[in-house]
Design a protein around this ligand. Structure first.
Ligand code: SER
Length: 324
């Protein structure tokens, strides 16, 4: 296969699910890096002028996706469509269908030479209750107990299979909970760590759907985007793992996050009303070891919890200025 072109107007990157939490930040960063026209944003919603170069696409419309890729000269594809852990528990068949079928469509396009490089995210949800709780290693017991986790672990194995059998250049990371201010997450178990900031600025109070001591691996979006682009730009031989790389940055509990917010915003208070998401969180590791990602292609997160809290409050404050 001919080598990859630098992303450009003629060979744009396609980001599917671009209006979601990751896509919103990723598209902006990729456009700053390669130019506005070098990135096609695409999602289910109808076009709006502020989306820039945008095509409305359904992740399950294989023919539509193929037509866009051929017509626009797309070589690199970021597949960011999924039902997350909490939503997929409510709609198991929809979660499985969307998460798996959309991945197969992308893998088949790559296998048939329509794409040169594919990014597909996995998650800490691919681990399960019998995986090690702390510093969970790259290779270990994986027994996910959620629909989302099962789809991620299965997807990882399929990525590896397509790489070995058909030479598909697919790259993946297991994201921890992602914290960001540009777009809100939807339907995840780690969403509390974003909601808490909005509520802190609105009412100085948050009722958390996880208990105070539920420690989970987390990462600020800036670091997640940096590593996502890093793995996609790494020479192929450096990407040795083709299932998915553990990715880690910080780990904290709701109580610890609340204490840091209260330090920076006196008077903030939290209480706890755990719901069904507690059980999901309890099945995940509380921290992750990511030596392989650091060694193979230079994963290097910068944000600690305090810097992340400062940055979140600073960026969200203008949105709620009329509040207290
Ligand atoms: N943030 C995701 C979720 O909570 C985990 O990958 O579902």
């Amino acid at each position: 296969m001919s080598p990859l072109h630098t992303p450009s107007k003629e060979h744009p990157i396609l980001v599917l699910g671009s209006l979601g939490q990751i896509g919103t930040d990723l598209v902006e960063t990729l456009r700053n890096r390669y130019g506005a026209e070098a990135v096609i944003s695409s999602d289910k919603k109808p076009l709006r002028p502020e989306y820039g170069r945008y095509i409305q696409l359904d992740a399950l419309d294989a023919a539509g996706l193929e037509a866009v890729i051929e017509r626009e000269g797309v070589e690199q594809f970021y597949h960011l469509v999924a039902l997350l852990s909490a939503t997929a528990e409510k709609f198991p068949d929809r979660g499985w269908d969307l998460n798996m079928r959309s991945l197969f469509i992308a893998l088949e396009l790559a296998k048939n030479g329509k794409l040169k490089r594919l990014f597909w995210p996995s998650s800490i949800a691919a681990f399960g209750p019998n995986s090690p709780k702390t510093d969970c290693p790259q290779y270990t017991v994986m027994d996910p107990s959620t629909v989302y986790g099962i789809s991620k672990l299965s997807g990882e194995l399929w990525c590896d299979y397509y790489h070995r059998q058909y030479g598909v250049d697919v790259r993946s990371v297991r994201y921890p909970g992602l914290i960001s201010w540009k777009a809100e997450p939807g339907g995840g178990t780690t969403d509390y760590a974003v909601e808490i900031f909005h509520e802190a600025l609105k009412t100085n109070h948050y009722t958390c759907f996880l208990g105070p001591d539920t420690r989970l691996p987390m990462m600020y979006m800036d670091d997640a985007i940096d590593s996502t682009i890093r793995i996609m730009e790494a020479p192929s031989e450096q990407v040795r793992i083709r299932t998915s790389y553990n990715l880690s940055a910080i780990a904290f509990t709701p109580a610890e996050l609340a204490a840091e917010i209260a330090r920076q915003r006196p008077g903030f208070a939290i209480d706890y009303r755990p719901d069904f998401r507690q059980q999901i969180a309890d099945g995940w590791p509380s921290s992750i070891s990511d030596e392989a990602a650091r060694r193979d292609w230079g994963h290097k997160p910068r944000f600690g919890m305090a810097e992340m809290v400062t940055d979140m409050l600073e960026h969200l404050r203008p949105r709620y200025r009329s509040g207290i």
